[in-house]
Design a protein around this ligand. Structure first.
Ligand SMILES: NC(=O)c1ccc[n+]([C@@H]2O[C@H](COP(=O)([O-])OP(=O)(O)OC[C@H]3O[C@@H](n4cnc5c(N)ncnc54)[C@H](OP(=O)(O)O)[C@@H]3O)[C@@H](O)[C@H]2O)c1
Length: 220
């Protein structure tokens, strides 16, 4: 995909993987809309978004109008997420609710509103995790896993509904960020390069499928 005339919307770009992707987009001079949770941060090209709040999602979509027209080609990267219980071995209902609100419901709400408003969304990438797969044998992170498994289903549902949009899940691997921790072996910058490369070569990407850092297409 030619990204010079496509706007990439990336949620959760204040730090971690989202930040690295956004920095790479900047370097390549590709248009973007990033998001910060803190509304007092007013940086060019970034809009405030708390994906856990319906009002904030509505405001974000409405603010996008200043940059996007209904004919702008768009790539949406749903990156914002929380891993509240990755180390936990028990299921805490309040962590499950928050994880579902942010990783699933907020992400779905934002995506649906953008799809209603912008008919030229060409690609949607949902950041997901090994934790979300049915073959996963981890006992830790139940709330995180459940929320991302729901997101996986949404990815497949979107690809069935919108056959003109390439919709995929993407697993970045274990990445050195606040969520992944300092021992993680993969740098966020390497993930950013892999992901942008995938988008640039999206003609080869199969919608409804799952891709992983450096491995390409893998089974759900
Ligand atoms: N790191 C890994 O090993 C790993 C592995 C598999 C999948 N992933 C996935 O990759 C994505 C990025 O993870 P990361 O490692 O970069 O995590 P991170 O360093 O913790 O960054 C998370 C990003 O999401 C944003 N965010 C969190 N809650 C939000 C909310 N309510 N509204 C809007 N934005 C919110 C954060 O914004 P603030 O700074 O404003 O809080 C931040 O920009 C996540 O979806 C994660 O599940 C990560």
């Amino acid at each position: 995909m030619y990204l010079k005339n496509t706007t990439t919307i990336i949620t959760g770009s204040s730090r971690g993987i989202g930040y690295a992707i956004l920095e790479l987009l900047k370097l390549k001079k590709y248009p973007f809309i990033g998001s910060y949770k803190e509304s007092n941060l007013n940086t060019d090209g970034y809009l405030p978004l708390n994906i856990g709040s319906n009002d904030s999602i509505l405001e974000f979509v409405s603010s996008c109008e200043a940059t996007l027209s209904t004919t702008t080609p768009i790539v949406l990267i749903n990156n914002a997420g929380v891993g509240l219980d990755i180390q936990d071995l028990t299921l805490d209902i309040s962590k499950l609710k928050t994880s579902l609100d942010i990783n699933l419901l907020g992400t779905v709400h934002l995506t649906e509103l953008l799809l209603e408003k912008y008919p030229n969304i060409n690609m949607i990438i949902n950041l997901t995790s090994d934790f979300s797969l049915f073959g996963n044998t981890y006992v830790s992170g139940p709330a995180y896993s459940i929320s991302k498994a729901g997101l996986n289903f949404y990815t497949v549902w979107l690809s069935n509904k919108y056959t003109n949009i390439k919709t995929i899940g993407y697993i970045p691997g274990w990445v050195k960020t606040s969520m992944g921790g300092v021992e993680a072996p993969i740098a966020a910058e390497d993930v950013a390069m892999d992901l942008i490369n995938l988008i640039e070569h999206s003609s080869k990407v199969i919608s409804g499928k799952l891709y992983k850092f450096r491995e390409g297409l893998i089974r759900w």
